[in-house]
Design a protein around this ligand. Structure first.
Ligand code: 2RA
Length: 348
């Protein structure tokens, strides 16, 4: 017996990856439904060797499924996720709409799996921001070994984080700069081809951006509210894969070799760290993969107990679709949801 699963936003970058990964990890699916807005009704998406047609969100009976993977943007989540949760299924929501809600657990399974016990408060679980997921996956095992006091992060975020339109803009602008076509920015506020943009999301009053604030707030909710987090988020002309330069201050000395040994044992993490050109990872290497990669582990001699890390992951996979499906696996493993409709008691 498997689950009846619906994917809302099935035609988007993340929705398509959700369909791929459900197949790849052999998640027990009895029924699969692709859901989209009315304008995408009838559009076909692939699920393994089958194609399925998108159904209109307004017409779909959500009480007929067990799990809803929601990735259609914040506005759709705000309108639909609570209604869907009340109809019965558990919603795993990839938007930022419910991440700060105290009754909605925010989960990276390698970091705070116990938060799954709150899944049925609203029948919504929030999937964190892509850049936060890879950060906390790398920090958690180090924090368990030597408490982290402060983290300084600079991100290098790929255009796929801004959806298909972001990817199209990089492709079209690159061609346009060399030949014919319109190179003016549309999706991004400035030219992204052959450039970097120190702005993701929207400006907040203090001069930071909401993307930067999310990384801080979500690290506090999942890992530890006492860690000081300061972030600069930057969009770079890379199609897939977010990278992060991370400076960490611990409350005791931790040598690079000790950090390497801890990270080698950590779930979801792969250490690629040698002083040679196959010894560090780039986003092109990480695209299509499941791991959070850590490279360039070294001492920061300018602060007490400091380390520098380079952290890279596929933002559409571990940063979105894969993490959501790992949450679904956690629901299954912990018995928060059983493999026909309805719930049984929580076992953790
Ligand atoms: C971005 N973090 O990369 C966002 C997507 N959730 O734009």
């Amino acid at each position: 017996m498997g689950y009846r699963v619906a994917i809302v936003g099935a035609t988007g970058n993340v929705g398509r990856e959700m369909l791929n990964i459900l197949e790849e990890v052999e998640f027990p699916v009895d029924e699969i439904h692709a859901i989209a807005s009315r304008k995408s009704k009838g559009v076909e998406v692939s699920f393994g060797d089958k194609t399925i047609k998108c159904q209109d969100i307004e017409q779909f009976d959500f009480s007929s499924v067990d799990i809803v993977l929601m990735s259609a943007g914040g506005a759709v989540s705000k309108e639909w996720s609570e209604k869907i949760g009340k109809a019965g299924p558990i919603v795993i929501d990839n938007s930022s709409a419910f991440r700060k809600d105290a009754d909605v657990p925010l989960i990276v399974p390698e970091v705070n799996p116990d938060a799954i016990k709150d899944a049925t408060k609203k029948n919504i679980i929030a999937n964190p921001n892509c850049s936060t997921i890879q950060l906390v996956t790398a920090l958690k095992p180090l924090h368990d070994a030597a408490r982290i006091k402060r983290v300084v992060v600079s991100t290098y975020q790929s255009v796929s984080g801004a959806g298909k339109e972001g990817m199209d803009e990089l492709w079209n602008q690159t061609k346009a700069i060399y030949g014919l076509g319109d190179a003016r920015p549309k999706k991004f506020p400035k030219q992204i081809a052959f450039n970097v943009i120190p702005y993701i999301g929207s400006f907040l009053e203090d001069g930071s951006t909401d993307e930067e604030q999310k990384m801080s707030d979500e690290t506090h909710k999942m890992l530890d509210p006492n860690i000081q987090v300061t972030v600069t988020c930057v969009r770079v002309p890379v199609f897939v894969g977010h990278s992060e330069a991370v400076n960490v201050e611990f409350d005791r000395p931790i040598a690079p070799d000790e950090a390497r040994a801890i990270l080698r044992e950590a779930p979801g993490v792969l250490v690629i760290d040698k002083q040679e050109h196959d010894g560090y990872i780039t986003p092109v290497d990480a695209a299509g993969e499941h791991a959070v990669y850590v490279s360039r582990i070294r001492k920061d001699p300018t602060v007490e107990n400091g380390l520098n890390l380079w952290v890279v992951s596929d933002n559409l996979r571990k940063g979105a679709a894969l993490n959501a499906i790992q949450i679904a696996q956690l629901l299954d493993e912990t018995g928060v949801i059983k493999s026909s409709s309805g719930y049984r008691s929580i076992t953790i």
